[in-house]
Design a protein around this ligand. Structure first.
Ligand code: UDX
Length: 441
């Protein structure tokens, strides 16, 4: 089947690569010509494990190409996947200008029956607006155009894995014709028994928002428990293990720490809250999730202050700057919130991240960047572990201790073992776990 993908960000490129893998003929397009030039030169606009290989495979096998002309991409396409950004407006509501613009351009250039597939996370009601745009732009083909909501559940850093082996496929549509085309598109996954949920369009849009809100609720719940554990000498990791052993609760997304960042949770939660208000429903839990998440960076900064007393001219190393491991994405990264707070208090802050150092420097020019974890720790009065990259799990902690001026570690992700840290002589601040005094012998 011939497919067009509008938008070549994380969702767009993973969609391009996975659809080509499923055997479709895919053309990706973007208004950002620099991105298209990069892709045509065989390069990636961002870091995502496994994606370069998947894109290269599609291009090599002749099933995937890129163009900056949307009309070329749309020509002859049976479906167009809208994967453009929906950044928050100042009010918190999602800005759907790019969704409208790309749907309108797709409709203008449609050459036959067309499925417009919303992949971007959009508030309930968006499909209805797109349908109206179709009627206004090209009333003569309105009956040949179907709108489908097909939200993605991709995690950054694991996008390829999630697209090729999803937990479920969600399709919201209004006609048998649309459902059957979507079944054909996802046939290779359906043949493997991946569950398919077919719903009406508002249900699909709502399910995506509800899923993200619930996942962020789990994280904030764990962080609220961590704050209590710190006051009660209890251990949040054990609490999460006990809770998670109950199948009704599940262990995933109960890791307390610096909380969630990234473009999805923060933005979607705001947009979901705005949607609730627009629908006339009072849903204050959504605000609480964000409030608890904001406390996490404050808690880490409090610990640095507790350890160092005055921050002026103290040197603080931050390991991990991306909002989570395996990505170079720093949008809403808790590590940068901590860095900003420490800089504001007069500390010298030096950061290191395996992939996100350059993006962080561009965002926060006062942040010093180190070439590796050990040089970040050189002469540091304190180390903050902010993102749990695999390479930090493998650090030579004795060497870290030797590099540091004061052996103080604040673990914003509970990456290290408290007993081991004490044995190595660190003053160690975990998150939501009892502190074990340093063994100074
Ligand atoms: C998320 C959803 O998982 C995905 O389904 C959706 O399509 C997009 O949003 P993503 O933002 O890429 O994906 O990352 P995810 O792995 O979900 O992590 C989000 C944030 O929560 C990260 O900052 C992570 O560090 C944090 N997190 C996650 C915790 O603090 N604790 C946890 O237990 C789990």
């Amino acid at each position: 089947m011939k497919l067009a993908v509008v938008g070549t960000g994380h969702v767009g490129l993973v969609t391009c690569g996975s659809m080509a893998r499923f055997g479709h003929e895919v053309v990706g397009t973007d208004t950002d010509t620099t991105k298209i030039e990069l892709l045509n030169a065989g390069e990636m606009p961002f870091f995502e494990p496994g994606l370069p290989e998947l894109i290269e495979e599609g291009v090599r096998e002749g099933r995937l190409s890129f163009t900056d002309e949307i009309e070329t991409a749309i020509k002859g396409a049976a479906a167009v996947f809208i994967c453009v950004g929906t950044p928050p407006r100042a009010s918190g509501e999602a800005n759907l200008a790019a969704v409208e613009e790309s749907s309108r351009t797709a409709i203008r250039h449609a050459t036959g029956p067309l499925l417009i597939v919303e992949k971007s996370t959009v508030p309930a009601g968006t499909a209805h607006r797109i349908k109206r745009t179709v009627r206004l732009e090209r009333p003569e083909i309105a009956d040949d155009v179907d709108i489908v909501s097909n939200p993605e559940f991709l995690r950054e850093g694991k996008g390829v894995e999630d697209a090729l082996n999803p937990d479920r496929i969600l399709v919201g549509a209004e006609s048998d014709r649309a459902f059957s085309t979507m079944r054909e598109i996802y046939k290779p996954l359906l043949d493997r028994g991946i569950p398919l949920f077919e719903t009406n369009i508002p249900t699909a849009e709502m399910a995506k928002h509800a899923s993200n809100a619930f996942l962020s609720l789990k994280i904030s719940f764990a962080n609220a428990i961590a704050r209590m554990c710190e006051r009660a000498d209890a251990d949040v990791v054990d609490v999460a293990n006990v809770m998670g052993a109950d199948e009704r609760i599940g262990r995933q997304f109960l890791n307390a720490g610096l909380g969630y960042g990234g473009s999805c949770f923060s933005k979607d939660l705001l947009a979901f809250g705005r949607l609730a208000t627009r629908l006339g429903y009072d849903f204050p839990i959504l605000d609480e999730i964000a409030r608890i998440n904001d406390e996490t960076a404050v808690s880490v900064i409090d610990k640095v202050r507790d350890a160092l007393w005055n921050m002026d001219d103290k040197r603080v190393a931050i390991l991990g700057l991306a909002f989570k491991p395996d990505t170079d994405d720093i949008r809403f990264a808790p590590a940068l919130t901590v860095a900003r707070g420490l800089l504001d208090e007069g500390a010298n802050v030096v950061g290191y991240d395996p992939q996100a150092s350059a993006n962080s420097k561009a965002e926060l020019p006062d942040l010093e960047i180190a070439q590796d974890a050990y040089s970040a720790c050189e002469g540091a009065h304190c180390l903050v572990l902010a993102t749990e990259w695999q390479e930090f799990k493998e650090l030579d902690l004795e060497r870290i201790r030797r590099e540091m001026r004061y052996p103080v570690v604040i673990d914003g992700r509970n990456l290290f073992d408290p007993v081991e840290m004490s044995r190595l002589g660190f003053t160690y601040y975990p998150t939501g776990r009892p502190q074990i005094p340093a063994n100074d012998s």
